[in-house]
Each structure stands twice: as structure tokens, then as C-alpha cells.
Design a binder for this molecule. Structure first.
Ligand SMILES: [Cu+2]
Length: 92
């Protein structure tokens, strides 16, 4: 029974990303004033090495950015949004 559990684990029932050093931050981006803004930001962030996903919460003007903390960090991500005209701050 124990062995079976180990096999299930290896079979990918636990997302592989959990084993890396993933981190996720929520950014407040007050400059997102129309639905096209987050699309631009998302494109830019996803080009940045280490950024694995960007979820948009347009209603709250927030972005949830997941990244590998071996490759990038929160301040690099904030710099990146600011560089295209969207200054951001970390909410949590
Ligand atoms: Cu816009």
C-alpha cells in the first residue's frame, strides 16, 4: 500500500512545479485601466526568465505572478511592469 502511494506520486499526481522553488506574489497594478492593459503586462512578464505564470484579476487590478525564485525575484518583476508603464507594488 505504501509502495502504491509512492508510485502515484511519481506518476505526476502531484504537480511537478511543486518540487521546484516556486513562489507567487500578488501585485497591485493601479494603472490597469482597461482590459487590454493586463494582456500587455502578461506578455512582458512571461518573456522574463523564471516567470512561470501570470493570472489577471482585472476587477481588483491585481496580478498573481508565479516564478522560480532561483531565476528571478519580486523586485525584478516590479521593475519589468514599471518599464512598460505599469508601476506595481507587492500586496502579499
Ligand atoms: Cu489598457
Amino acid at each position: 500500500m505504501k509502495r502504491m502511494f509512492a508510485v502515484m506520486l511519481c506518476a505526476g499526481l502531484v504537480p511537478a512545479a511543486m518540487w521546484a522553488a516556486p513562489k507567487s506574489i500578488t501585485l497591485d497594478v493601479p494603472g490597469m485601466t482597461c482590459p487590454a492593459c493586463p494582456i500587455t503586462i502578461k506578455k512582458t512578464l512571461l518573456k522574463q526568465p523564471g516567470v512561470t505564470s501570470v493570472a489577471v484579476r482585472y476587477q481588483k487590478k491585481e496580478l498573481v505572478v508565479a516564478f522560480d525564485d532561483a531565476k528571478t525575484n519580486a523586485s525584478a518583476i516590479m521593475k519589468s511592469t514599471a518599464s512598460i508603464g505599469f508601476p506595481s507594488t507587492v500586496v502579499r
